[in-house]
Design a protein around this ligand. Sequence first.
Ligand code: PRP
Length: 216
Amino acid sequence: MSRLRIALTKGRLKDETMKLFEKMGLDCEPLYNPGRRLIHSIPNYPLDIVLAKGPDVITYVEHGVCHMGIVGKDSILELGRSFYEVLDLGIGKCRFALAVQEGSDFYGTYKTRRIASKYPNVTREFFEKKGMDVSVIRIEGSVELAPILGLADAIVDLVETGDTLRANGLIPIEDVAQISARLIVNTPAMKLYPTEILDFVERCRTVIQGTPQASA
Ligand code: PRP
């Protein structure tokens, strides 16, 4: 095999991933001005980068069209996994939290609570563990709107700085899970290309553990 292919999550995680890659000695120049192009080659390492949304990173890696992926634990928890999760990259740190409107007494009622989330599976599992019967409403974006509009009693969502919750009169009342980005590897690819993949994983691990990498 000549080149590895890795799917990167676009958005917030991309900049932190590029910083990590640069510490590994990878020339990320093509990613600075990607334009509308979705696949980029690293000039000084046999690696092609595919830019995708988190859930799609998982799909591409599971189907083997990308050997590896970098994706938040949030997507992994929501979508399940049939790949190797080889490294916690320590970037993209945030948490899943249960949040309610300020002043509301979430646990002070016996009626079935309605919870809005972009992560219905994570939400169901969280309340199942508590033995609480809830009704989960799937929302695609800006889930903070659901309690404001009276659609839900609470939300389960990603919280990083807490600014979005505060700006919308919501407060976190419980942590659901800690989140960070993970390096994942397609299972057959690990068996077919162990040398290439383990070289990349080790470069990554070296940087994360703080030992400088000599060159790419
Ligand atoms: C996430 C999340 C919150 C916000 C939290 O959305 O759904 O809305 O970030 O971040 P904060 O605590 O720093 O305010 P994101 O901006 O990733 O956009 P999305 O709705 O497209 O997922």
